[in-house]
Design a protein around this ligand. Sequence first.
Ligand SMILES: [Zn+2]
Ligand SMILES: [Zn+2]
Length: 203
Amino acid sequence: MLSDNIAVLFPGSGMLLVKQDPGNVTFPKNNHDHGRCIAVALDKAAAVCMDRGVRLTELRRRVLEIIWQNHKPLGAYSILEQLRQDGRAAAPPTVYRALEFLLEQGLVHRIASMNAFVGCSRPGHISDGQFLICRSCGSSTELNDGKLEKVITRNSGSLGFTVEHLTIEVSGLCPHCRRARGEPAQYSNCPVSGEDSSGTEPT
Ligand SMILES: [Zn+2]
Ligand SMILES: [Zn+2]
């Protein structure tokens, strides 16, 4: 049976075992059907916008599609570049306005440490997200762990601090890059390899 915990390493504070939202988190396999990720993301975005009575214009949709071209956070200038390759006379404010809309609707997240944007796989969730970002290939995935947020919110509250935005960006190596380096990618419940090796010490 697969464990539903995932080991998260925080520098200087050891390992924290947090409950994983089942069916939510995987590091995408290298050979996964990414066309499907894009199609699902665009469908969800259309549904979210229709629900809220906001317009997913053709440009906003295209920006979202560009961001979803893979699971790596993408900078605004790369987005602009690709819009221009589409033959659009796009200027930076065009991109920033579209990004602002997508952020407001929770369709993308901003990864501050990279000054880049990544598509949200669960648009509509309240939190600003928790991101595992591979320092080698740049691939990222989102945790969305409510328990972790509660702990931070509670501890902040006890200091008289009100949390307004809570984004956690964790840098490390993804299972693919670990494997490419000959390291066993088995320190967590790894949906990529399907191994259950929870309890194995991180190396
Ligand atoms: Zn994908
Ligand atoms: Zn990687």
